[in-house]
Design a protein around this ligand. Structure first.
Ligand code: GLA
Length: 401
């Protein structure tokens, strides 16, 4: 079911929820369910900051930093080595790690990550070669799944380069079956960039699926991804999430307001929160490190992403289109609201209770970036929102006596 997000503002929120629930019950019948990722996966991945420059030492230092900085306790759990760890296959076809970068192979790295109270993820490709032309899993699906299980892999990201002539739903299902057969619970992250409309089939296959091409550390990239991924809000549910790609927070290409907006939008979209910065510097005394910590460790915003109801937020008001109000229903009956200013000047944005599905006249409002109670507001709430910025709220209906 596809609903043009621009028309969402015309629908009442109760109707939107009914439509979402219809989608949920229909797809639940045939959904792939490995029992994992009941809330969107959280963790860290090497690609956005380090590219091919991965090593056992980097992974160990990153695991140390995630544990020491409070990121682990905030929920960042899966630590994933992306492309370039692998160089060849042995005579039996078993994939071999780069011995210069991983001198003892992958298993001791996974053991180290586990000893830090974290989970370990790895990357492969459904085609013949990875995007960096390392061995892909095509033709080696079961052997690779078995090898990963032996190493203690808890999460696998499967890319889509060098897959000409291969059918995505079929090939990704083959890997799903191989992972299930391995006997180890492994979160399955499908990364085919939205090229074969995964929102129509990947719920039967994986725990998350990329909806777009790669993110870049630029504001325009965030906007492009948000406009695409928000269209598929109705297919997300516990165990099966749209993936608008990993976070760029802390990588330096956006302002503090833009990074706050990026993180808030990902939380509203119930997106996987996979940090992509150098977390080894997150405890530095610099202003940039402090800003990165304030964002990645905002537990009130993380709680919106991780809410157990598992509904992806949607655009409730977007007129004019640069000034949006997003809403995400939450398990306790409250709603997260995002006032999102895409314009180049600070502007007041007002959320109207009737447009965001709040049925009482009065509602209690909390500001999730200021960490303050705003008070009780009648019928609506408006605030000045910085350019390229957000005001993120949690709103509880208050019944009148
Ligand atoms: C693709 C993926 C990225 C990353 C790189 C690695 O571009 O979409 O997330 O994994 O490959 O080569």
């Amino acid at each position: 079911m596809f609903i043009n997000p621009r028309r969402l503002a015309d629908l009442s929120l109760p109707l939107i929820i009914v439509i979402a629930a219809m989608g949920a019950s229909r797809s639940d019948i045939r959904r792939h369910d490995n029992g994992l990722a009941r809330t969107p996966p959280m963790g860290w991945n090497s690609w956005n900051h380090f590219g091919c420059n991965v090593s056992a030492q980097l992974i160990r230092e990153t695991a140390d930093a995630i544990a020491a900085s409070g990121m682990r306790d905030a929920g960042y759990q899966y630590l994933t080595i992306d492309d370039c760890w692998q160089v060849a296959r042995d005579q039996k076809g078993v994939v071999i790690a780069d011995s210069a970068r991983f001198p003892d192979g992958i298993k001791p790295v996974a053991d180290y990550v586990h000893a830090k109270g974290l989970k370990f993820g790895i990357y492969t490709d459904a085609g013949r070669l990875t995007c960096q032309r390392r061995p892909g899993s095509y033709g080696f699906e079961e052997l690779d799944a078995k090898t990963y299980a032996q190493w203690g892999v808890d999460y696998v990201k499967v890319d889509w380069c060098n897959a000409e002539g291969i059918d995505a739903p079929t090939q990704y299902a083959k890997i799903r079956d191989a992972l299930l057969k391995s006997g180890r619970p492994i979160v399955y992250s499908i990364c085919e960039w939205g090229s074969s409309r995964p929102w129509e089939w990947a719920q039967q296959t994986g725990n998350l699926w990329r909806t777009t091409g790669d993110i870049a550390d630029r504001w325009n990239s965030v906007l492009t991804i948000v406009d695409l991924s928000s269209q598929y809000w109705h297919v997300a549910r516990p165990g099966a999430w749209n993936d608008p790609d990993m976070l760029e927070v802390g990588n330096g290409g956006m302002t503090r307001e833009e990074y706050r907006a990026h993180f808030s939008l990902w939380a509203m979209m119930a997106a996987p929160l996979i940090a992509g910065n150098d977390v080894r510097t997150i405890q530095d005394s610099s202003r940039q490190a402090a800003a990165t910590r304030e964002i990645l460790l905002n537990k009130e915003v993380i709680a919106i992403d991780q809410d157990s109801l598992g509904v992806q937020g949607m655009i409730a008001q977007n007129s004019p289109p640069e000034l949006q109000v997003w809403v995400k229903p939450l398990a306790d009956g409250s709603r997260a609201l995002l006032l999102f200013n895409r314009a180049s000047v600070p502007t007041t944005i007002t959320a109207a209770w009737e447009r965001v599905g709040i049925k009482t006249r009065q509602a209690r409002v909390r500001d999730l970036w200021a960490h303050t109670e705003v008070g009780t507001a009648a019928d609506r709430y408006g605030a000045i929102v910085p350019s390229h910025g957000v005001v993120m709220l949690r709103v509880w209906p208050v019944s009148s006596p």
